[in-house]
Design a binder for this molecule. Structure first.
Ligand code: KG4
Ligand code: ZN
Length: 338
């Protein structure tokens, strides 16, 4: 630990993220100041398979982890001796992929004789909000929507979360990816649909909005409705299909987020995960937040998608609350948020 200007002790954490197809490392001070953040995406390696292949992901993490950590330390202009704790995502995620980051973090923690902190990936997504805006006041209503997860969470305070809704089948990003694959738009599907939807009419086709009035979400029926519609009407304008599908996803996500915020009297609406990049979702959340006098917190894409700055940020709070994680703790591929 080093002493900063006001005499308080600065805690500098090296964070590592390898839960899926991004190899990432970052140096963050006091859970809120990002000193460096390096993300190496494997999207190109997985694109031809139409999704993430676990064994390919693990092997790529093994190749990339050393250089990515070296880059993060280099960009921060520190060596291991200047790091106060080392954190890695230990779940949820792909077992082999998680093991690469966790093993690297433990080895470095042993060498540097500093604490190791295992971090929940979903909790880390919540901390992306505080990284951008340390003054955000709980309770917050947060939507985490990625290729693997879709959940609405009320953050009551640091370390106190309530999952108030989650998908009962596909994740929102998975629905984007599956529909895009069916329409021949490639992988990942979200950006392709987002772009194509700009030329389409979101009201052209009345796709279903699943589970109205309930807190959980569902996207698999919507995906089937798109497939059935296109099979029945092969001449339909693909841009209209993309725009109408996207509108159905956005309606469901935004409605459930606002309902959760209302029920918890949340002061802000927050987005996280790759689907938070969706232009229609961002516009809608901004609009509904303004209408209800709430803050909308829409992090830049680099903080929405998987990164290690959020791991280091969450680790700072975890270290304060719980202390170090024992070095014999493993990885937990199905780790829940609470
Ligand atoms: O958080 P993320 O980078 O990785 C994990 O799945 O953990 O999220 C990736 C997901 C993919 O399903 C991708 O299609 C989706 O986020 N995505 C989008 C957009 N950009 C990425 N979905 C809708 N609109 C976008 N602009
Ligand atoms: Zn994620």
């Amino acid at each position: 630990m080093s002493t900063s200007g006001g005499g308080s002790e600065r805690v500098r954490i090296l964070g590592i993220e390898t839960s899926c197809d991004e190899t990432a490392a970052a140096v963050v001070d006091d859970g809120r100041h990002v000193v460096s953040s390096v993300v190496s995406s494997q999207v190109d390696l997985h694109a031809r398979f139409g999704g993430v292949v676990p064994e390919i992901a693990s092997r790529a993490h093994v190749d990339l982890i050393g250089p990515v950590i070296a880059d993060a330390l280099g960009e921060a202009a520190v060596d291991l001796g200047g790091i106060d704790a080392i954190a890695a995502c230990h779940g949820p995620g792909l077992a082999g992929a998680l093991l690469v980051g966790v093993s690297a973090a433990k080895a470095l923690a042993l060498v540097a004789q500093v604490p190791y902190v295992g971090v929940n990936h979903l909790e880390a997504h919540l901390y992306a909000a505080w990284l951008e805006d340390p003054d955000l006041a709980p309770p917050l209503a947060v939507l985490i929507a990625s290729g693997g997860h879709t959940l609405v969470v009320i953050v009551e305070d640091h370390g106190r979360y309530r999952v108030v809704g989650q998908t009962v089948d596909d994740a929102a990003g998975e629905a984007f990816d599956k529909v895009a694959r069916f329409l021949g738009l490639g992988y990942p599907g979200g950006p392709a649909i987002d772009q194509l939807a700009a030329d389409g009419d979101p009201g052209a086709i009345a796709f279903p909005r699943a589970m109205p009035g309930e807190t959980d979400l569902s996207f698999s029926g919507l995906k089937t409705a798109v497939v059935n519609h296109v099979r029945r009407s092969p001449d339909v304008a693909i841009a209209d299909v993309a725009a109408s599908f996207q509108a159905a996803v956005v309606d469901q996500l935004a409605d459930k987020l606002v309902a959760a915020a209302d029920a918890a009297d949340a002061s802000a609406l927050v987005l996280g995960g790759g689907v938070a990049a969706n232009s229609a979702l961002r516009a809608r959340v901004e609009q509904v937040a303004a209408a209800s006098g709430r803050k909308a917190f829409l992090p830049p894409l680099a903080l929405c998608t998987d990164n290690a700055a959020m791991i280091a940020a969450a680790a700072w709070w975890r270290l304060r609350a719980d202390g170090p994680t024992p070095l014999d703790a493993g990885v937990e591929p199905s780790l829940p948020l609470t």
